[in-house]
Design a protein around this ligand. Structure first.
Ligand code: FEO
Length: 393
């Protein structure tokens, strides 16, 4: 794809990756992604903000084919999907001055093999003149690496945000407009990448509050030309109390756990509690993660494998804890053949989740009437704990 003008003097560059289906060998990309770079032509100086994944270096080099001079290469974030083409950019423009945060400077050396001498570190709030225009650099650590910074083009009120406010979405729409076709991908992105750092992101949102922002230009997905919706969404995702929603990630080998999940879902519905189940051997992680943004309770449902939880629930429990959602309550239900430590082991995997654990419910073989009665009590307790929470729909 050719470079595309966002407004006079500011162009989108980079690549749309329609085919990529996995990030970090972990995160599903059902809608592909893009790697956005931005080329800014001031009256005296030019700057390239970020680059592209090394697999897409050809695309950005083709877009720069007619650009004779780049004065500044701003590396907002060192992760390779944005910095991976930097070595080739340096070959093409050997005199370019690299700009980064101080924390990024050694990371550029570590990850890209570029001498620290090539990098000029800028402090939080420091400015850089392009002649008629001025960049202001805003440090924003832990969105989601420690070195990230944002770049604000003051006169044009354009904020370049790297991963923040991004979405893994391959589309030829340059702009997100009202956000209706981007919201889901942006929420998935927030859940998978930003949610563990929600507390810090709240602080970054406050820091951005005084700025007049006409355009937000992230490094994945469409550019936000109507930024209110994405700022509002981030505010809700980071600030809102959890909602009246129970998540049941589960797997079942011979049907017993599945019967328990079905009963539990109906029992919760009967008590006015919204519930979503996720068959974790078949559901992609992102689907589950999106709902973790809002849920108040998680109920892990697992058969017993070699005394412990099923490996797909081991993975789910570990990731649930790692994503640090706003959950308040948790429980484990499931089945076993002759002995089980699945409940204890699942809880241990979630040691850093700040939740109150409810009593586990396990059945030996098929669930009995007694099992169902105990699940009803768990549903009662969940409903009591959810009293007063906003709708989870
Ligand atoms: Fe899109 Fe953290 O890189």
């Amino acid at each position: 794809m050719k470079a595309r003008e966002i407004r006079p003097g500011i162009e989108w560059m980079g690549a749309i990756d329609w085919k990529r289906r996995l990030f970090d060998e972990l995160i599903p990309l059902p809608d592909g992604t893009s790697y956005n770079a931005y080329f800014v032509r001031g009256s005296e100086k030019t700057a390239l903000i970020d680059t592209a994944d090394p697999d897409k270096s050809d695309a950005i080099l083709a877009q720069l084919a007619d650009v004779d001079r780049v004065d500044y290469l701003i590396i907002q974030h060192v992760e390779q999907d944005h910095s991976g083409s930097v070595p080739l950019i340096l070959e093409k423009y050997p005199d370019v001055q690299i700009i980064s945060s101080p924390k990024a400077k050694p990371m550029i050396a570590n990850h890209l093999g570029i001498s620290e001498d090539r990098v000029q570190a800028v402090e939080d709030g420091e400015t850089l003149s392009l002649g008629n225009w001025t960049f202001e650099f805003i440090h924003a650590p832990w969105v989601h690496w420690p070195e990230t910074m944002l770049t604000y083009l003051r006169e044009e009120e354009v904020l370049f945000t790297c991963d923040l406010f991004g979405s893994h979405l391959a589309t030829d729409d340059l702009f997100s407009e009202d956000g209706s076709h981007v919201y889901e991908a942006a929420k998935r992105y927030y859940a998978e990448i930003m949610m563990p750092f929600a507390t810090l992101i709240k602080g970054h949102l406050e820091k951005l509050d005084p700025l007049d922002i006409e355009i937000i230009a992230p490094s994945h997905g469409p550019v936000h030309n109507v930024p209110a919706w994405i700022l509002d969404a981030y505010h809700h995702w980071t600030h809102d109390e959890p909602k009246n929603l129970v998540l049941i990630p589960y797997t079942s080998m011979h049907g017993s756990t599945s019967l328990m999940v079905e009963h539990m879902m109906e029992a919760l519905n009967d008590r006015g509690v919204h519930v979503r189940s996720f068959h974790m051997s078949k559901t992609d992680l992102g689907e589950y993660a999106i709902h973790l943004v809002d849920a108040a309770t998680v109920v892990f449902a697992t058969p017993t494998v070699l005394v412990g939880p099923h490996p797909s629930i081991v993975f789910t429990a570990y990731l649930t804890a790692a994503l640090r959602p706003k959950l308040q309550n948790a429980a484990v239900i499931g089945s076993y053949g002759w002995a089980s430590k699945a409940a204890e082991n699942t809880k241990a995997l979630c040691a850093n989740l700040k939740v109150e654990w409810m009593e586990p419910v396990f059945t030996k073989g098929l669930p009995t009437q007694e099992t169902y009665a105990t699940l009803d009590k768990l549903a009662d307790e969940s409903a009591t704990r959810h009293k007063g929470l906003e709708s989870g729909e």
